[in-house]
Write a protein that binds this ligand. Structure first.
Ligand SMILES: [Fe+2]
Ligand SMILES: [Fe+2]
Length: 332
């Protein structure tokens, strides 16, 4: 079509599209907004068990189910982070490999006979442990125990924007664990042990050191510098005491939560996400949110946030007790 024949804005927008340009007035498809979302543990767990019927772990070296938030355009739980549940059966060996993506692995169901070998050190996979691996750390997993192991793996999707060296498979199925325990304790690869995490939460509870928006909260800090777990992603854990209800706030970081213990509700952008043990849910950026423990027992939430990215760029924003949700308001 010739531009002289274009009589209205819709036709003009179409013409521009056909010529691979777009007017600033055309906001269609520009939004990075997405909705809160919750995955129920019962469904996730049944899917993992079913996956074990169909696939040996040899299929791609892993037996994983990826979390997909249907309101995020890129088949991920959020726009910046991926989330995936891995099911490792007794007898499984998951091929050692390495890649650019940093990983946080949160053990939901552990077994003393299951191990992750990272850069030559074997780490046991026990419930409530967090294992982290920096870019290009070799990692493979094997299971000589009894019960299936499940963990939530998260990686930073932002690293996909970086075209660094390719990853690789290790020349053997599993890298030999020839390093003594703790040999690289000055920095990741690293394991945060559940008894220590839980002990620290209990000590803070005793001292009543509670955050009004998050309850009792701990950062899994980088052992080298005390900063966030990674520059792209921070892993945290928080405890909501019996019946505790936090105040509402919002921030431009996004968070993936796993309800590790307890039962409660998180209201995000006006949506009620009712969670019980095992469920995974997502709070999008700039959504007003607050948490409530619905029982008299402690509730514990594990979480992953992309806030280190925005803090590092100097564009992290947080608003306490906002009166109304102005998210998505056009720029004046
Ligand atoms: Fe990997
Ligand atoms: Fe928050």
């Amino acid at each position: 079509m010739d531009l002289t024949e274009v009589k209205d804005i819709e036709a003009f927008d179409r013409w521009l599209g056909e010529h691979n340009v777009k007017g600033i007035w055309d906001r269609d498809g520009d939004s990075t907004d997405f909705e809160p979302f919750l995955w129920k543990w019962d469904e996730l767990y049944s899917a993992l068990v079913k996956a074990a019927d169909f696939f040996a772990v040899g299929f791609g070296g892993r037996r994983n189910i990826n979390l997909i938030n249907p309101t995020v355009g890129r088949r991920r739980p959020t726009h910046t982070m991926s989330g995936s549940l891995q099911y490792l059966m007794p007898g499984d060996v998951a091929q050692s490999h390495k890649h650019m993506a940093t990983t946080c692995r949160w053990v939901i169901n552990g077994d003393p006979g299951a191990f992750s070998v990272m850069d030559g050190e074997a780490f046991p996979l026990l419930e409530g442990d967090l294992l982290v691996a920096p870019p290009y750390a070799w990692h493979g997993h094997y299971h000589d125990g009894e019960k299936p192991m499940i963990w939530l793996t998260a990686t930073s999707e932002l690293l996909r924007l970086n075209h660094g060296p390719a990853g690789a498979n290790y020349p053997e199925r599993i890298q030999p664990a020839d390093k003594p325990s703790g040999w690289f304790s000055g920095g990741p690869p690293y394991r945060y042990r559940w008894p220590e995490t839980y002990g620290a939460l209990m000590a803070l509870k005793e001292r009543e050191e509670s955050d009004p928006y998050d309850g009792i909260k701990l950062d899994f800090t980088n052992p080298l510098d005390g900063g966030p777990t990674f520059t792209t992603m921070a892993a945290r854990i928080q405890l909501l005491a019996g019946r505790e209800k936090t105040k509402a706030h919002r921030h431009n970081s996004t968070t993936i939560y796993q309800a590790f213990r307890g039962q409660g509700v998180t209201v995000a952008a006006g949506r009620r996400l009712e969670w019980s043990q095992g469920d995974i849910f997502v709070v999008p950026p700039w959504a007003i949110h607050q948490h409530e423990n619905l029982t008299g027992d402690d509730a514990i939430l594990y979480s992953l946030s992309d806030d280190p990215v925005w803090r590092g760029m100097g564009v992290y924003f947080e608003e306490s007790e906002p009166a109304e949700d102005r998210a998505g308001a056009p720029l004046e």
